[in-house]
Ligand binder design. Structure first.
Ligand SMILES: Cc1cc2nc3c(=O)[nH]c(=O)nc-3n(C[C@H](O)[C@H](O)[C@H](O)COP(=O)(O)O)c2cc1C
Length: 165
């Protein structure tokens, strides 16, 4: 059966997807050429037993091959104060790790100081999906700060959730 043609264009598709508010993460890895990282909002939980998560990496990403070859990565979940960090890790032609304090997590992947939470993962499976690859990670180590308001991405803008309890 021939796949149905989409009845909308990419711009309309992006606009609709943007109506779904997400958190924002920076996926990092340690490579032989130093630490690498990229801003990612396609992060999602997959399984509790075993502990699995996923994110989607664009085939066009120049950072993804380094993460794939490292075989392990850290998901750094961003808080309200991390908007500039996120912009930096989405930007081109910048030294993304300049002055960014970090330590090595359980898998060796960089964990950025001050993030709301992080998950250290090894690549469990890769699934090709259109112009992205779905990366499934098995979680080896986790940590979270208390009372950090999350950074939220919605309709192309950075926002945050005020926690009032
Ligand atoms: C809020 C936000 C979310 C993003 N989410 C993803 C994502 O889920 N997957 C992805 O491949 N790129 C995502 N990007 C784009 C990457 O951060 C990066 O800009 C892109 O991969 C180009 O850089 P690179 O060549 O170093 O990979 C996102 C960017 C922003 C600002």
């Amino acid at each position: 059966m021939t796949p149905a043609e989409a009845t909308f264009d990419t711009a309309a598709f992006r606009k609709v997807l943007g109506r779904f508010p997400t958190g924002v993460t920076i996926i990092t890895a340690g490579t032989s050429e130093g630490p690498v990282g990229m801003a990612v909002n396609s992060f999602a939980s997959v399984s509790l037993e075993p502990p699995l998560i996923l994110f989607c990496a664009a085939h066009s990403s120049t950072t993804w091959p380094g993460i794939r070859d490292a075989g392990a990565f850290s998901v750094n979940i961003l808080g309200r104060g991390d908007e500039a960090l996120c912009r930096r890790f989405a930007g081109k032609d910048v030294d993304r790790f300049a002055d960014v304090a970090h330590r090595h997590g359980a898998t060796g992947a960089p964990v950025l100081d001050g993030v709301a939470a992080h998950l250290d993962c090894r690549i469990e499976a890769l699934h090709e999906a259109g112009d992205h690859v779905i990366v499934v990670g098995r979680v080896e180590s986790i940590a979270a700060e208390d009372d950090v308001e999350p950074l939220v991405f919605h309709a192309g803008a950075y926002r945050w959730l005020h926690i009032d309890d």
